[in-house]
Design a protein around this ligand. Sequence first.
Ligand code: PPS
Length: 555
Amino acid sequence: MNSPVKPTLNHGHTLTSWDMDLRQLCDTELLLNGAFAPLQGFLNEADYRCVVEGMRLVNGQLWPIPITLDVTQPFADRLEIGQKIALRDPEGILIATLALESIWIPDKRKEALNVFGTDNISHPAVDYLYHHAGEVYLGGTLKAVELPQHHDYRQHRHTPDELKAAFKKLGWKRIIGFHTSSPMHTAQRELTARIARELEASLLIHPATGMAQAGDAGHFTLVRCYQYLLAYYPEQSTMLSLLPLATRMGGPREAVWHAIIRKNYGCTHIIIERDHASPDANDCNGETFYQPHDAQQLAREFADEIGIGIVNAPKMVYVQDRTEYVAESEVRLGETVLDISGAEFQRRLRAGLVVPEWFSCSEVVNELRKVHPPRHRQGFTVFFTGLSGAGKSTVAKALTVKMLELGGRPVTLLDGDVVRKHLSSELGFSREHRDLNIRRIGFVASEISKNGGIAICAPIAPYAATRREVREMVSTHGGFVEVYVATPIEECERRDRKGLYAKARAGLIKCFTGVNDPYEVPERPELQLDTSGISPDECAHQVLLTLERQGFIKS
Ligand code: PPS
């Protein structure tokens, strides 16, 4: 929790501390190691405005993406321009100090529209801006104390200076950088090898792995996939380096940003693909956020100014008749082109179906299969929410028994009362305390789901925003099924097993949900149940059917 406490620094000074989240930590690392040159810190207000408006700093230098330090209003309220702030990683280690130059409330809508071209929250960066980023921005220059530590794949970790020195030592003069943030399949391998060959350049495979959490199996899988692929390239002219960049998926502006970063790492060229840095999701009209060539065009426009060659990657397709990949424009009339879409590839992985070698090498596919088991072997969370007395606990218990009868995965019941006894005994029922309680449940549920188990949670969880947080927390690791137990308050009150409604009506309990405290009805739960007329067993059966429909249990 960030609070303006005044810890003692190792130098004996006392400074206000900010505990950075993962994205801020990534940004800080790249600000400190020179990857974000010419930036020397988080943008101040004047630079921020210029960047949002016109992709330039006040001094005219090109910079397309606002790198800002967002904080909460209560934290900002206690700050003064000119003071120094200690920036810490999520474990509390002091990474840098910020000399505070500006504090301001950004116009987030304008930022979203100008930078990402949309304010639709299906865009991940807009969602982050609206739902995660604090309401106040801080700007100022940074002074390094200690670069963030990476204990994983140290042989593939380099600062810009280290990478430039390595290129020099190897005698590489022409270096082409390839940006990716997902597994590379044969098409990308053929594409990068071909471009490097044609340009007579060495190849830097430079995946952005910034948002990978320590202990995140997906990250290790991804890097193992890149390592397998290295064997297919000429050893003397190919290098893999992990870039701790938190991508925004900002399409054209992001492509310019990637080009500046690769220039800072010593690349002479960068490959920009079609749909470079475009989100997978579409907007509310089902349209993609950017046109396929937008990123390539904008990056080209600024290539000279950045001092890097932009290589527009052609779309590579597999021609069955020639058993090879060629650029789409080179396909001859009558030739058969084979393709497997991303969605189809995911389906095959999950269903354990064959993926042909022409699409992806077997080592990569086997590696990915380990982290994409079929749904019926993945962990998941069933999250019941509803008023006190709605029947959440009873149905959750019945469901727990059914899941145990099915067997195969460990089952943990996190009932509201039980959690309050063992995890949250010090908490009351203020909004702040309820949120903390639900976040704790979400954390435990996400750990259980991550490790392939089933978490069944049954708190009231009255607030939509906190439920959404839990959904996000769990969904990165496993399935999330929200069950709204929609038993009407009249029925809950009639039951009043604990006599709490009577006490609340008598004014003896102050913030009682549904009586004198709000319950925000879920808008899109996976299942809605009213326990008024049906038995707990029947309700649990309905949940089972939902789980079956979604593939989490086998029929
Ligand atoms: S929350 O809002 O999700 O944190 O609540 P939760 O942890 O599920 O705890 C709800 C149980 O606590 C009892 N209780 C109250 N509920 C709501 N409001 C107030 N003020 C309150 N005080 C005590 C109540 O028995 C709830 O249990 P259930 O099983 O839901 O009836």
